[in-house]
Design a binder for this molecule. Sequence first.
Ligand code: V0D
Length: 257
Amino acid sequence: MLKLIKKWLGINVKSVSSAIPAIELDKVPAHVAIIMDGNGRWAKQRGLPRVAGHHSGMKNVKKITMAANEIGVKVLTMYAFSTENWKRPKEEVEFLMKLPQEFFPLEIEELIENNVRIRMTGWKEGLPDYTLKAIEGAIERTKENTGLILNFALNYGGRKEMIAGVQDMILDVQNGKLQIEDLDEASFSSYMLTSDLPDPDLLIRTSGELRLSNFLLWQLAYSELWFTEAYWPEFTESLFMQAIAEYQRRGRRYGGI
Ligand code: V0D
């Protein structure tokens, strides 16, 4: 346990006792969303091809998932591929599309052992068959798990999601399933791809960019935002815990007013 706490906090044994109160286990955000940015820049800095950064970033997904699971986060949404990412060079897109099938043989056993359930938010249309097969296999193999939901936002865009939601909604008005007067924030949420999940309490974005980049636009309306300069491949459990601690400090301030 001490080893784990040291790893989380990135500090020496001696200072652990004073740092433990930094995280209150009864006030952990239920849903944390992460924009995993900076893989390409991380690689470039090391004279490596961009895809090496993506690969390194993939390995970091499990590490942070485990840390989130340990403290009782219920949902972790990771932005893996946006609808805009199709504009990247063909070779890079092809490499990214192979990551799910590479991820699972490497990581799935440990995820299953830790009761993690995998799901996806985004459009299956347009994804190569082998990508879809890997994702669907992982969802199927973990569907009975009751622990943390690892939600990959993949082929996802926030504006596209809202437009698709409005289209579905209008269809329901036309066929009498929805009255226009009944449209409110709660019913609009039910047309989002994340209708079965709570809204994120906390958004983390790595790599120093201070934008939402079309991620969960509707769902992030009231979320706390936390940014770090660290590139995604070098984002650690310690930084994750810092983000959680900061989230809890902010919550306390607002609660006191
Ligand atoms: C690259 C850093 C895991 C950000 C993480 C297809 C971008 C590594 C997955 C993954 C990507 C997705 C679904 C799934 C299992 C694994 C992944 C993509 C990119 C885009 F069921 N990492 N990862 N998918 N990157």
